[in-house]
Ligand binder design. Sequence first.
Ligand code: DP6
Length: 365
Amino acid sequence: MMKSMHEKYINDALSIERKEISSIPKIVGWESPVNIALIKYWGKKEGQIPLNPSLSMTLSHAHTRTIIHYRRAAAKNGTIHFKFNAQSDHPFSKHVNTYLEKIKTYLPFLNDLDLYIESINNFPHSAGIASSASGMSALALSVVSIEQKLRETDLSDEIFFQKASYMARLGSGSASRSLYGGYVVWGDEDKGSADYAYPLPGKIHESFIHMHNSIFIVDSSSKVVSSSKGHERMQDHPYKEARIQQANKNFRSIKEALEDGNFERFAEITEEEAMSLHGLMLSSKKGYMLLNDTTLAIINKIREYRKKEKQPVTFTLDAGPNVHILYPSSAKGYVRQFIDKELIPLSPGSQIIHDFTGKGPVKLH
Ligand code: DP6
């Protein structure tokens, strides 16, 4: 029987004596992007395994940069110093500590290090963009890089990113997908493991290779119900089984649309996924709503515009009211005009972040 990734990483865990680790500080660092799901991960099983496959598009501009200075721990148990956007007592610190504790099962050498971690997002927290995907993936890449340096042997890129995706997943499910550029899959159990993500295999039609994503920030306040709580509400959701079937079907269909260059089909699936995600929130036992009237007005305008002007433009939503407007390069001129003339007046003064398909993480050190 094939060994699970869990067993494999535990068996391969680097065993190194504390005295063998240099006391001279060393540095690792990664820049890792935000990703937006087109087929949504919503609901999970034991061990941070998703209920259904998801597929995302990696962005180009919005990212987290994480740098870690590390050295042999001065005392028996290492210490962790974390700064987020130059602030040392940031609420994320607790999350980072819990996360590092969790992955020590696979990376036990972390016990013997003093870690000085600095993370910076290049998008304001107030932009309401989920930062756990870029943040946890940048951190996972950095700790796997430390392991590589301590081993003094290079893993192949494929094995390195697979391991970083596995570790990122343990921090936040969607973070597993930020390890790669373009379109990324996580949780297709038929095709192998749901333990880590991988780039969408097969051909992508040229019209989908460079996709724009203009993020209309409708509301930048924190969510009333976190994604983690939302996932929990899928456990006893009355539509749970139907959602799993729908996601699997949409996952298969969107792959065909991406290969064939069928924007109409792509838009149909993307919008169905976005609305289903929010429909599931609305219809869960303790139902809640993250959309507001501006979100709905923007959605209606996009649909009207597409129908009337026959321009390829669609949208998706994250777990919040902000609208991710998606369109290919060929429609950029028209869609930007439409955003300026028809969407901005719906919520004057709102921030819009223009982004597009990105190439994936960048090594800094
Ligand atoms: C709606 O990855 O933030 O953005 O695994 O509990 O950290 P945890 O959840 P998270 O959930 C993301 C949900 C989503 C859809 C998606 O990104 O696929």
